[in-house]
Design a protein around this ligand. Structure first.
Ligand code: C5P
Ligand code: MG
Length: 180
């Protein structure tokens, strides 16, 4: 299983990565999503509505950055494009579409392409200056676990502020490891 790093040419400092032990049916996916925060909108993170948030995502859908980034990560795993291809943002048919439904459609698309696909684990980072999301960590993780139909403790969720660099944005970056 261990990747082996060998010096390519003595003295050049260049290195060659030989992934000798990695089974070819493991795939990594990565997705990223960001939305502007505006007053008068609910804020959804990983299928959970954040209580008492004065602002929510400005988006056609419910603007759930975690579920959007997760959906893109799953599609990317199998080179299936991204959710903008499945659900064009300017198509009125998809206005207000719940991100749970987007994820369900993505899982179906992945199942068509790779019937044996199995999510090994998910690592999600959400960047938001306020409010604090830490108290929601278990609810967010267990909701994503439920939506994916994976064993508990398969989904890790971490929260970060932007340190004031992007106070009007909410962002998620999600990595997945999939077998099959
Ligand atoms: O970004 P920073 O390192 O300052 O975040 C400190 C901690 O605050 C994080 O480890 C996270 O647990 C928590 N946090 C949070 N909700 C946020 C942002 C950060 O609970 N919206
Ligand atoms: Mg920090």
């Amino acid at each position: 299983m261990a990747a082996v790093v060998k010096r390519a040419r003595p003295g050049t400092g260049a290195h060659r990565l030989i992934t000798s032990g990695m089974p070819p049916d493991y795939r990594v996916g990565h997705g990223l999503d960001a939305h502007r925060l505006v007053p008068g909108r609910p804020l959804f993170i990983g299928g959970v509505k954040v209580p008492d948030s004065p602002r929510g995502a400005d988006a056609h859908s419910d603007g759930d950055v975690l579920l959007h980034a997760l959906s893109d990560a799953l599609l990317s795993c199998f080179a299936l494009g991204d959710i903008g291809v499945l659900f064009p943002p300017n198509d009125p048919a998809f206005a207000g579409l719940a991100s749970r439904e987007i994820l369900a459609a993505v899982l179906e698309r992945v199942r068509q392409a790779a019937p044996e696909a199995e999510v090994i684990n998910v690592a999600a980072v959400v960047t938001l200056d306020a409010p604090k999301l830490g108290p929601l960590r278990e609810r967010v993780a267990s909701t994503v676990v439920e939506l994916l139909g994976v064993p508990a403790a398969t989904v890790g969720v971490t929260f970060k502020t932007s340190e004031g660099l992007a106070p009007d944005h909410v962002q998620a970056s999600v990595a997945v490891l999939v077998r099959g």
